[in-house]
Design a binder for this molecule. Sequence first.
Ligand SMILES: Nc1nc2c(c(=O)[nH]1)N[C@H]1C(S)=C(S)[C@@H](COP(=O)(O)O)O[C@H]1N2
Ligand SMILES: [Mo]
Length: 385
Amino acid sequence: MPAHPRPHRPDDSVRRRGRLRPAMAAEGGGIHKPLPPDLFHIHGTNAETVPAALRRTGYHTPNDRFFVRNHTTTPRLDAADWRLTVWGDGLRGAPVEFGYAQLRALPAVTRATCLECAGNGRSYFTSQQGDDVTGTPWTLGAVGAARWRGARLADVLRLAGIRSDAVDVMPRGLDDPYVDDGVDYGRVRRPMPVAKALDDVILAYEMNGEPLPYDHGYPVRIVAPSWVGVASIKWVGDIEVSAAPLSSPWTTEFYRLFGPDHPPGGAPMTVLPVRSTWEIDAGTALPAGVTHRLTGRSWSGGGGVARVDVSTDGGAHWHAARLRDEPSEDGWVRWETDWRPYEPGPAELLARATDTAGRTQPDRAVPNTQGYFFDAVVRCPVTVV
Ligand SMILES: Nc1nc2c(c(=O)[nH]1)N[C@H]1C(S)=C(S)[C@@H](COP(=O)(O)O)O[C@H]1N2
Ligand SMILES: [Mo]
């Protein structure tokens, strides 16, 4: 594929690419759980789930193989002395503190929802479209579905005395401040509108029936269904409630769409796009003359996935995959198709999902300098032998 020549912020790619190097030395060192190579690909401080590792799982992604996206390192906090401070001029009075036991005593909700990094699929901007992007070169493993159990953020905000004119809330993590290229951006934090915070956001303390693992935010994290993963702040320690709009580097600089196809100041990012993955590793050898049950998953931040079309011949012919789950608003659907290849040689598997809102994966994703929201159909190469 030819590169798409286009103007871009001249200093951006060079500066960013240089900055990513030191983190690579860590190679997953800041992550607590084991990262065996059959389950994870490590990218610096982050680890993505290997596609074939999903195949052996049910609907929910087991905690031991759920992807980890860390700006720094996993802190090992103690629930006994953890406190959540809710503060700001969007409250009627003084800051209010919640302890772990207090949070667990509130009415609990359980929600099965996908959590996905906005940069999932980023490497395909380069490999499929020739776009020059910066950031962790994920394939499609920066996504998982879990059963999150916790208190409603809405209940906590009401107990804290949120005012009717509050507009934004900003949860902040207790992990180390994020320092990159000599710039200290402070602790990971990202505002969301009050409307989202009061709608479906959870202060989760359980993941798939277990206390949150250290890497996924122990003792308490935010889970913001359908939204970019960075909205789901881990190891949350405080939440600012504001009567005026809030911003952070995670809305103004990172997790924002920049580039010629976006407005001059960049476009904000909230709801995740439609995407699909095959549960087979790129380059897998499949014997000819044998029927293979191929499986995959599709998901969308904008509604349940209603249809998945697949091609086993590089996109020449398409047919509908069998869906194994009902469309779920913020979960995924598993699907399968049977394929009996005859000719030895290279082949490409393609999957294109359509959600209940009618959004379909395009052939080409709209580029942006930091490589977010790659939603185009991914070409998964295999070899028939
Ligand atoms: N405090 C804190 N919260 C965080 C992050 C982080 O580095 N620190 N990473 C964010 C990003 S970018 C993503 S995609 C998700 C990843 O969640 P996981 O590591 O549990 O899969 O957490 C989000 N919450
Ligand atoms: Mo992310």
